[in-house]
Design a protein around this ligand. Structure first.
Ligand code: 1CP
Length: 351
């Protein structure tokens, strides 16, 4: 028991946790979205033996993939290997990952009856994620916080309605505008499932939660307020401050204030925005995470260092900056470039 308390104290004082709370630290913490993935040979080796869903559902393998990425890159935080779409399976939507088309939902939501037909999610059906978190927490170094996560209601609804990935979110938005009542019922259902899922992840050993609203940037601010904000706010409120929340959206420059109002200790920024301007717009009332363009990692060392310096200068040593990419590591990224970035940020940000 004593050991556990000591371990948590160590964890809570790491640069990453301190930044999540807006406190100072000796250097800027860094981790990368999709830090475990196809660009890494170790990951590809595991994937040669098992399918993606099987990997997610095998706690020993999910733990291995999570920990290997941290050790190989020297990042300041781990993110549990899982996927935002896993929660759609116990809803009865049917989930598949294909090599060519990515995720596929077998029974997309198109009419009100489809929403009513969605099953209430028993958190036990996702116990493999909790198990993976427990194992990973034990396997990780004691100074590496572990991030749990979920998809935000809009982004998950978009997969349910489109039946997979989408470019214009036409079906999703049509559904939203045509049937607002059903839309809100759908988002309620997603939030009701996500609350115990996130609480379970924290109970299993995650120190921080990231909410991925990857596709919400396709909405304007008024529509965000009308169709999304209250659902995200409810989800974050329900966590009751049990762990810091990082609230991420892609291409959501025009939504930053709305997203901040919905909640989160840290707001994720993508590379399309100026970090200094955005943080000032948020009045420094939360931390910020970001915001290197992932394609910079495809280039050369001098460009990577130049761009890392620029981002650090924009953050100006303010408390509460977490260095990250503006979106996930691309599959064609050289691992050495990623390691170089991590070293750069550590070297350049020492105060
Ligand atoms: O092996 C493979 O080919 C599978 C590729 C892959 C991986 C490595 C998928 C399929 N998911 C993941 C892992 C994953 N997904 C993680 C943990 C790994 C880590 O970050 O280190 C996380 C946090 C996610 C989250 C996720 N999944 C998001 C939100 C983040 C983002 O990229 O915006 C989204 C949108 C998904 C859906 C998803 N999962 C996988 C694919 C191919 C997709 C579709 C993406 C799309 O619609 O464009």
């Amino acid at each position: 028991m004593t050991t556990r308390i000591v371990d948590q104290t160590d964890l809570l004082n790491t640069p990453f946790m301190r930044a999540c709370r807006g406190e100072d630290s000796h250097s800027t913490p860094i981790w990368l979205m999709r830090q475990a993935g196809r660009y890494m040979a170790e990951y590809r080796n595991v994937r040669e033996k098992v399918g993606f869903l099987e990997l997610c559902k095998t706690p020993d393998l999910a733990c291995e993939v999570t920990v290997t990425a941290v050790e190989k890159l020297g990042v300041d935080a781990a993110i549990i290997f899982a996927d935002i779409l896993l929660i759609l399976e116990p809803m009865g939507a049917g989930l598949q990952f294909t090599a060519k088309d990515g995720p596929l939902i077998n029974k997309p939501v198109r009419v009100a009856e489809d929403v009513t037909a969605l099953k209430k999610v028993d958190p036990e059906s996702l116990s493999f994620v909790f198990e993976a978190i427990k194992k990973t927490r034990q396997a990780l170094r004691k100074d590496i916080p572990l991030i749990g996560f979920c998809g935000a209601p809009f982004t998950l609804a978009s997969y349910l309605i489109e039946g997979g990935s989408s470019k214009h979110f036409a079906k999703t938005k049509k559904f939203m505008y045509d049937s607002p009542k059903t839309w809100h019922a759908l988002l309620d259902h997603i939030v009701e499932a996500s609350i115990p899922y996130l609480l379970g992840q924290v109970e299993a050993g995650a120190q921080v939660i990231q909410i991925f609203d990857s596709w919400v940037g396709c909405l304007g601010p008024d529509d965000y307020d009308a169709y999304v904000k209250e659902h995200v706010a409810k989800l974050i409120r329900a966590l009751g401050g049990i762990a810091p929340v990082i609230h991420f959206g892609l291409a959501s420059n025009s939504l930053l204030l709305q997203m901040q109002a919905a909640g989160g200790d840290v707001i994720g920024l993508d590379w399309r925005v100026d970090l200094a301007e955005s943080w000032s717009k948020l009045e420094y009332r939360c931390g910020v995470q970001g915001n290197l363009d992932p394609t910079v990692l495809l280039s050369n060392r001098s460009e990577i260092e130049k761009q890392a310096r620029k981002i650090l200068a924009k953050a100006a040593n303010r408390q509460g900056h977490i260095f990250n990419l503006g979106h996930g590591v691309l599959p064609e990224t050289p691992v050495d470039n990623v390691r170089f970035l991590v070293d750069c940020v550590k070297r350049l940000s020492v105060r």
